[in-house]
Write a protein that binds this ligand. Structure first.
Ligand SMILES: Nc1ncnc2c1ncn2[C@@H]1O[C@H](COP(=O)(O)OP(=O)(O)OP(=O)(O)O)[C@@H](O)[C@H]1O
Length: 228
């Protein structure tokens, strides 16, 4: 299978009061459609890795190639556009826009990509229906439960059919049962997208195609369940 994401010798140093080397030469290939979980103890570099892979934070050294595009050779503006077209994001604390309703939050990525208002509204509604929230599409985020907010966030992440969905601790703010439902929903909704989830939660790992364990900025273990 062709790799969607190729990572070569990725290093990240933070130069604050003291220098921290958060990533130490990561090499990685992730295939189209894979569901990958990145596990590791607190401070091991998981969020740093996700941020570097998704074009949010420039690595100190190394390359990240997604669907043939070398992310950090792009200008800031080109990279923002590339992310908007090809990626969806799910966060621990949902990151919905509080002054927009559920459906307005979901249509936002489409409007940013220049889809016309009518089509954006229809597509956003259809995705909200699929995540079971058609009846709450006019609610504001503060009028929704945590699990409902995360369902809106998933709808927003997938509405433009991204090549890759990045999720950073997507169940971290939810109870166990709701968290399980959110992972099942992500798996159901991802379709052909590649899904990369960063988590502490070993139970999410049981559902993944592949589990990558990070320790101290390096890959400690990389197990592809489907290959077992
Ligand atoms: N902006 C920053 N400036 C300085 N050091 C940072 C910064 N962000 C992260 N670090 C350090 O880099 C290392 C990796 O942090 P990172 O957040 O990637 O870990 P993590 O595995 O995601 O942790 P957690 O599970 O607790 O979120 C840690 O030592 C952290 O203190």
């Amino acid at each position: 299978m062709k790799a969607l994401i190729e990572v070569h010798n990725l290093w990240k140093e933070y130069n604050g009061k003291e220098k921290v080397t958060a990533l130490k030469g990561i090499n990685l290939r992730i295939n189209t459609g894979e569901f990958v979980v990145i596990l590791g103890p607190s401070g091991s570099g998981k969020t740093t890795l996700l941020n570097c892979l998704s074009g949010v934070d420039r690595p100190t050294r190394g390359t990240v190639i997604i669907h043939g595009t070398d992310l950090y050779t792009l200008s800031e503006e080109e990279r923002t556009r590339f992310r908007a077209e090809n990626m969806g994001f799910v966060f621990q604390f949902f990151n919905l826009v509080p002054v927009l309703t559920a459906i307005e939050n979901v249509e936002l990525p489409l409007l940013i990509l220049g889809v016309n208002r009518k089509e954006a509204r229809e597509r956003a509604f259809e995705i909200l229906r699929k995540v079971g929230l058609a009846h709450k599409c006019d609610r504001f985020p503060e009028e929704l439960s945590g699990g409902e907010k995360q369902r809106v966030a998933i709808a927003r992440a997938i509405v433009h059919n991204p090549k890759v969905i990045w999720a950073d601790e997507p169940t971290g703010a939810l109870d166990n049962e709701t968290g399980r439902m959110i992972i099942d929903l992500l798996m159901e909704m991802k379709e052909n997208s590649t899904l990369v989830v960063v988590t502490h939660d070993e139970r999410i790992a049981e559902k993944a195609d592949r589990v990558i364990r990070i320790r101290d900025g390096q890959i400690e273990q990389d197990i592809c369940e489907k290959a077992l």
